[in-house]
Design a protein around this ligand. Structure first.
Ligand SMILES: CC(=O)N[C@H](C=O)[C@@H](O)[C@H](O)[C@H](O)COP(=O)(O)O
Length: 238
């Protein structure tokens, strides 16, 4: 097995991503996040866009899983949808590339099999992380001999299980096949959930929002304590 992939085993991969509408958007913020994750013991960084990938590559010595989120009018596929984004991700310095490996129609009209075959032909040394949303998509990606499967898109395609928790059942079903390594990704909020994912057979866990999106973390706190005073204040005697 590739030494870099070996180094991910049972570790926490931290996803450092902020989109344009987020306060921490910008390569320097994401590089600082990645340094914090490295100092905290992360085994790899997952990061989006050539600018962020290049800045993070300079800032940390961890392996980078790069992706490039891009919207096309003719498709719902947005995680590294075409060869153009793969090229940009690799040239920016990512060690591995994450792609949408769902069965949704792709912007360039290719099948996922054609897309993966071309990535392998052009970049044979770059491991491919297949982001999937269902068991069937995971099995298909395994058949196409990707290096890692990630449950990233479970809950984010209209036909996949919609839930607020990590998709442990999907992790377990895919890992039980003992075929391709599985990353547990999506809606992991606590260290205990990471442990549960590993117990379910995940090779490693990917945590994003809970570590690197302060606005969303704040919302979680606020949501829980909102309305506290309304119900618990003692009623005053007149
Ligand atoms: C669905 C989608 O576009 N997921 C993206 C994939 O790169 C990121 O926005 C997520 O933050 C990442 O998957 C980690 O997940 P979470 O932030 O829930 O820990």
């Amino acid at each position: 097995m590739n030494a870099m992939i070996k180094s991910l085993r049972h570790g926490c991969i931290v996803s450092c991503q902020a989109l344009e509408d987020e306060p921490l958007f910008g390569a320097s913020h994401m590089a600082a996040m990645a340094v914090a994750a490295e100092q905290g013991g992360a085994v790899a960084i997952r990061c989006n866009s050539p600018a962020d990938i290049a800045a993070i590559r300079q800032a940390v010595s961890l392996p980078l899983i790069g992706l490039y989120k891009r919207d096309y009018d003719n498709s719902d596929v947005y995680i590294t949808p075409t060869m153009e984004e793969v090229k940009a991700v690799v040239e920016a310095g990512a060690h591995m590339v994450a792609i949408d490996a769902t069965s949704q129609p792709r912007p360039d009209g290719r099948t996922i099999a054609e897309f993966i075959a071309e990535i392998k032909a052009v970049y044979p040394q770059v491991p491919i992380v297949a982001d999937i949303s269902t068991f069937e998509e995971g099995v298909h990606a395994m058949e196409l001999a990707v290096d890692l499967i990630s449950t990233t898109l479970s809950g984010y395609t209209p036909y996949s299980e919609q839930q607020s928790e990590p998709d442990l059942a999907l992790v377990k079903r895919l890992a039980d096949l003992n075929r391709t390594l599985v990353l547990a990704e999506g809606r992991i909020w606590t260290p205990d959930q990471c442990l549960e994912c590993l117990r379910a057979g995940a090779y490693a866990t990917v945590v994003g929002t809970a570590i690197t999106r302060p606005r969303e973390i704040t919302k979680q706190f606020v949501h829980v304590i909102r309305g506290f005073g309304e119900h618990s204040q003692p009623t005053r005697k007149k």
